[in-house]
Design a binder for this molecule. Structure first.
Ligand SMILES: Nc1nc2c(ncn2[C@@H]2O[C@H](COP(=O)(O)OP(=O)(O)OP(=O)(O)O)[C@@H](O)[C@H]2O)c(=O)[nH]1
Ligand SMILES: [Mg+2]
Length: 316
């Protein structure tokens, strides 16, 4: 059983137990997890939900540790969650290496949780979303959701957070061409990390290239023009400015945040309906037999794909 009072008073064991329940794929836990989430009531009224992405090695862990420690020094409670496409495929987890956030993970004002493993991206994202509600209920008011910049997961993270931060670093693979345009368009703040030592000059160039590129991108929030800044997670250079930029975003967002979250929740609801409906259809033996027949008709050219899809959905 999850002790709600303990969870709400910030008890880490109760929180960890609740997250384990949310992540469980046992059918009997589904109902308990749903009940638990409903008993939370609204969460996060004053929280900042920050998505962070960047290619492997740009310095996400180093940055989140330094940024997180800065935040707790300002009086915040910081939770770090992850959406990790590699762990969905049974590989390692980006937050598996808590060692790289050693100081933050030891800080009582911070809570770090690796990505739930297993399942497709949609399922992992849903569970991360639920976990976000739990950590908010437990009093964490800065929720950082990390993902690795390699695929679809950036979109999933941007769709569950208030602000999306893209980390770049000078060097191979991080040139303007290296970053997918679609991901840049999601960014509210681009930070060019490793602006220190020998890399400082190169970082400046990456900043000016991306400022030029971003000036051509249509802002996706009416209240905010995306910014590009340099920083060094290693030396701390530019971190207070990054913190201020995040603060400025939330100040500018004001009430618009409520509306943004509302439409994010609506989109997540439809996403979940699609996932559930697909799973139900796939599990239906009659549908499987029908699918088998339709496959034959499809390959013989007797039916169009769209008609086959309609029939599969209708079950006739
Ligand atoms: N010079 C310099 N090196 C940095 C900086 N931030 C991180 N690094 C180094 O870059 C390497 C990768 O840093 P991580 O923080 O592990 O990067 P990451 O993005 O979390 O990497 P993955 O978890 O593998 O995706 C490490 O050797 C860090 O010490 C920085 O600001 N300046
Ligand atoms: Mg990392």
């Amino acid at each position: 059983m999850v002790d709600m009072d303990a969870l709400k008073s910030g008890d880490r064991r109760a929180l960890a137990r609740a997250i384990t329940l949310i992540e469980s794929s046992r059918p009997e836990d589904e109902v308990r997890a749903a009940d638990l989430l409903e008993s939370l009531g609204p969460t996060g009224a004053t929280s900042w939900r920050l998505g962070i992405s960047g290619a492997p090695g740009v310095g996400k862990s180093t940055f989140i540790e330094a940024f997180g420690l800065h935040a707790v020094e300002q009086g915040h409670k910081v939770a770090v969650l992850a959406v990790d496409p590699s762990s969905s495929l049974g590989g390692g987890s980006i937050l598996g290496d808590k060692t790289r956030m050693e100081r933050l993970s030891r800080d009582p004002r911070a809570f770090i949780r690796p990505s739930p493993s297993g399942g497709e991206l949609g399922g992992v994202a849903l569970r991360t979303r639920d976990t976000m509600m739990l950590v908010e209920a437990a009093g964490y008011d800065l929720v950082i959701v990390e993902t690795v910049g390699v695929g679809q997961s950036e979109t999933a993270v941007a769709a569950m957070t208030d602000m999306f931060l893209l980390l770049l670093a000078p060097g191979a693979g991080d040139s303007l061409q290296g970053v997918k345009r679609g991901i840049m368009e999601l960014a509210d703040l681009i930070l060019v990390n490793k602006a220190d030592g020998d890399l400082a000059d190169a970082a400046r160039h990456v900043v000016s290239d991306h400022r030029a590129a971003m000036s051509l991108v249509r802002p996706h929030e009416p209240f905010w023009t995306p910014k590009v800044e340099a920083c060094s997670a290693l030396t701390g250079h530019g971190l207070p400015e990054a913190w201020n930029a995040v603060g400025a975003y939330f100040e500018a967002a004001g009430d618009a945040l409520t509306e943004k979250r509302r439409s994010q929740a609506a989109a997540a609801l439809w996403g979940e309906v699609v996932r559930l409906a697909t799973a139900r259809l796939r599990a239906d033996p009659e549908r499987q037999a029908l699918l088998h027949r339709l496959e034959g008709e499809l390959s013989a050219g007797d039916i169009s794909l769209r008609n086959a899809a309609h029939r599969l959905l209708d079950g006739s």
